[in-house]
Design a protein around this ligand. Structure first.
Ligand code: FES
Length: 80
């Protein structure tokens, strides 16, 4: 299984591919672009809060990419 090091309800950014991967509680892996929709910094996974955060201006996103707080407005782009 690819990326089996990612546990359930955990996320990981693969910087070289600009991929943000999240494994849900059923074990399914979801892929998003790790490029923040504000000004294109790479987001990072916050394991304590279980969400994504952008180090540049502090936008936060749910594990499935929806905006929790700005300045980003658009959700993370899902990758099929
Ligand atoms: S680039 Fe991500 S919050 Fe600004």
């Amino acid at each position: 299984m690819p990326y089996e090091d990612i546990k359930k309800e955990e996320g990981k950014v693969i910087k070289e591919k600009h991929l943000a991967l999240y494994r849900d509680k059923e074990g399914k892996l979801h892929s998003y672009s790790s490029i923040c929709t504000h000004e294109e910094c790479d987001i990072a996974w916050q394991s304590e809060d279980k969400n994504w955060e952008c180090p540049c201006h502090g936008a936060r996103f749910t594990p499935d990419g929806h905006v929790i707080s700005g300045p980003a407005i658009e959700p993370l782009r899902e990758i099929e």
